[in-house]
Structures are given as C-alpha cells and as structure tokens.
Design a protein around this ligand. Structure first.
Ligand code: NAP
Ligand code: F7E
Length: 329
C-alpha cells in the first residue's frame, strides 16, 4: 500500500520540492495549510504538483487542529517544515516566532505521540542554531549551539524537543540541520532571491538600484531541490538520528551579488548596489560552513547543484518571470 506523508509548510519553498519528490516515489501526500484570506499556490504550481496534493487545514499554534489532522490522516511520515522562517523578522515578532517554531513543534510531537506514535517525524532544524560557534571554520553535528536571533533560539528548543521525544518515548524523530538552501521559489525577503529579483529588474531596465545590508557575512548555500532528498533519506534509515546537510563551501553575500550580476551579463555591479542600514541585524551570524561527512557517509547524500549553477538558475528564472510580465502588458 502507498505510504502517506504529511508535510507542514507545504506552500513555502521546501514543501513543493519535497511534495514532488514524495509523489514521484508513490506516496499519498497531504499538505497542512492554515486559513488564508488569499492563499497562494504559486510555488506548488511552479513544481507542477498542486492538483496531486491533498490539503488539510491546521495551524502550528493551534494544538487541537493538529490533533484532528493527525487523527484523520494517520501519516506514516511527517515532515515539519512550517515555521516563521525569516530571521530578520524574528526580533520584531519574537513571541510569534516562538509559538510557531518552538511550542508548535511540541504540539505536533504530542499529537503524534497520542494518535500516530509509529509515524516517523522530520524536524526542519537549521544552521542558525550554531550562530557564532564553529570548529576550525566548520559546523557539524557536534558543534556547540550559540544562536544569535529569536529564530535561532526557537529552533534550538524544537531541536532538543525532537531529540527528547526520541529518547523519552522511543519515537522515530530526526533533525535535519540544514544550511541555507535556495531556489527560484525562495521567498523574496531572503537575500539570494532579493538579489536575483533585483538583478533581473536592473537587467530589464525596471529599476536602477539594489539596497542590501551586510555584504560580509558568509553562507553555505545549496539548492533546495537537492536538500529535500536528504530529508527523505533521513526517514528511510533503520534508526533515527540528526544530520547536517550542506555543501561544505562558503561564499559571502558580496560574492553572491557579483555572481548574480555576472550571470545577467552586467560587470559594474557596484554602480547599482547601495548599503542600507535597515537591512542590518541587531546580531549577525557572520560565518556558516557545514561539515557534511555524516550525511554523505550514512545517507549516501551529495549536493548536485554548484554555487554558480544555483545563482545562474535563480537569475535566469527571475529574468524569465519579468520578461513574461512585460510581454503580457
Ligand atoms: P518558508 O518558505 O518560509 O515556508 C514556511 C512555511 O510555513 C510557509 O508555507 C508558511 O505559511 C508556513 N507556516 C508559517 N507559520 C505557520 C503556522 N503557524 N502554521 C502552519 N504553517 C505555517 O520556509 P522554507 O525555506 O521552505 O523552509 C522550510 C523549513 O526549513 C522552515 O522550518 C525553516 O525554518 C527551515 N529551514 C530553512 C532553511 C532554508 O535555507 N530555506 C534552512 C534551514 C532550515 P505561509 O505561506 O502562510 O507563510
Ligand atoms: O540572510 C545578509 C543577512 O535572510 C543571509 C533562512 O532560510 O537560512 C535563512 O536565514 C545573510 C545574512 O538568510 C540583506 O544579514 C545582507 O547574513 O537570506 P537571509 P538567513 O538569515 O541566513 C537559515 C539557514 C534559516 O534557517 C532561515 O530560515 O544575508 N543580508 N543584506 C541580507 N539578508 C536579507 N534578508 N536582506 C538583505 O537585504
């Protein structure tokens, strides 16, 4: 019989890529969606799976809604991708961030414990938990956590609650500690997509500047389509465990900017980029670079898309979007 998977955060960036992967593997896929006045299925449409996903209504901050969904769906696997995921907003909305990203995970784990205790559970943990910490320039599964934002703090709580349900109740729960991953359907607030969208508009003469914050921080950027495979693999193992997922390379925001302008055929990027303090953060995570040996050795997982390939894919997709809009006018 086909396995059933429940994906929370189905309308975000990772949800659609994961739904596509699981549908291709023959799963019946349910996506948790909260109540919207104007829902957008654009990301699911982009990967071409909207009509194949079943939707269940619920909200991570509403425990009874999660109990109902788990009772009705009885999933074999649950991928918890829902979150207030924008670090920059987490200082202004620290309580909401905590309720969704921390307490919400406790609610979901409790619902599973009572109504689907054999379901396998994936928690979307993050390199933001490492924050200031690294071991010789890399962050791996044993690197200490030192989160730098309410977002990072909320995710540390969820990480340990996921481990605690495994240790207390013998449930199959796994943390994927994913480093930054991007795609043409990345949210527009995140720096990569903000850059590629801005470059596309500059290329087509729709605007003449791109305002950014700190260009010196460095990130280990990979492609979301590669990273959802690691999520799936974690839940196919004999025993549950926690894994870092990254490329092992790091680049500064400045290097991303340079690569994006180059990909659009524009050499003099400095002419267009303005530093705007509004986009700087109260506390920065200066450097992220994942040590990915465990995922490679135990899961057999490897990233396929390079940094240059990722930047190029995103720039081309944004140029195409604007060209279509212009043609429709
Ligand atoms: P995303 O695009 O921001 O998607 C998050 C989804 O969660 C959205 O669909 C959002 O719904 C939903 N959501 C927010 N609050 C909710 C609530 N109260 N109840 C139910 N759903 C809610 O994030 P992503 O990039 O796909 O990332 C997926 C997960 O991985 C997140 O947990 C993120 O924190 C984590 N993560 C991401 C990265 C990365 O680089 N992308 C790296 C490490 C970890 P709306 O559409 O209504 O906003
Ligand atoms: O910032 C700098 C900013 O917002 C990256 C989330 O998916 O990955 C993401 O978190 C860097 C930071 O992502 C702008 O200060 C400069 O140093 O794209 P970001 P993030 O904060 O790394 C982790 C792994 C997650 O888990 C999160 O959910 O870029 N930066 N100028 C800027 N950032 C933004 N957003 N906008 C700027 O104008």
């Amino acid at each position: 019989m086909a396995k059933t998977a429940l994906i929370t955060g189905i309308l975000g960036q990772d949800g659609p890529y994961l739904a596509k992967l699981l549908l291709e593997k023959g799963y019946k896929v349910y996506g948790l969606i909260r109540r919207y006045s104007n829902p957008s299925f654009d990301n699911l449409d982009y990967v071409g799976v909207t009509k194949d996903v079943n939707f269940a209504e619920g909200d991570l901050t509403d425990e009874s809604s999660l109990i109902n969904v788990i009772k009705n769906v009885r999933p074999d696997e649950v991928y918890n991708l829902a979150a207030q995921s924008f670090v920059g907003s987490s200082w202004e909305q620290a309580k909401l961030t905590t309720e969704v990203n921390a307490t919400g995970v406790l609610y979901l784990l409790n619902a599973l414990k009572y109504f689907s205790p054999t379901a396998k559970f994936y928690q979307a943990s993050t390199s933001e938990m490492f924050g200031l910490s690294n071991d010789d320039g890399y962050q791996g599964e044993t690197t200490q956590f030192h989160p730098r934002s309410p977002y990072g703090v909320s995710k540390v709580y969820a990480y340990w609650m996921t481990v605690n349900f495994r240790e207390s109740y013998n449930m199959f729960t796994a943390n994927g500690i994913l480093f930054n991953h991007e795609s043409p359907i990345r949210g527009i607030q995140f720096v990569t997509r903000k850059i590629t969208d801005g470059v596309a508009q500059i290329k087509l003469g729709l605007k003449d500047e791109l305002r950014l914050g700190n260009l010196d921080s460095s990130r280990d950027w990979g492609f979301a389509g590669d990273y959802v495979e690691a999520m799936y693999l974690m839940l196919q193992q004999e025993t549950p465990d926690d894994y870092v997922v990254a490329t092992g390379e790091t680049h500064t925001v400045r290097q991303f900017v340079e690569a994006a302008f180059k990909s659009a055929g524009i050499d003099d990027w400095e002419k267009y980029v303005k530093i705007d303090p509004r986009f700087q953060r109260p506390a920065e995570v200066p450097h992220l670079r994942g040590k990915v040996d465990k995922a490679k050795n135990k899961l057999g997982w490897e990233p396929k898309v390079s940094f240059e390939g990722l930047v190029d894919m995103m720039v081309k997709a944004d140029i195409e979007r604007y060209e279509k809009k212009i043609a429709q006018k």
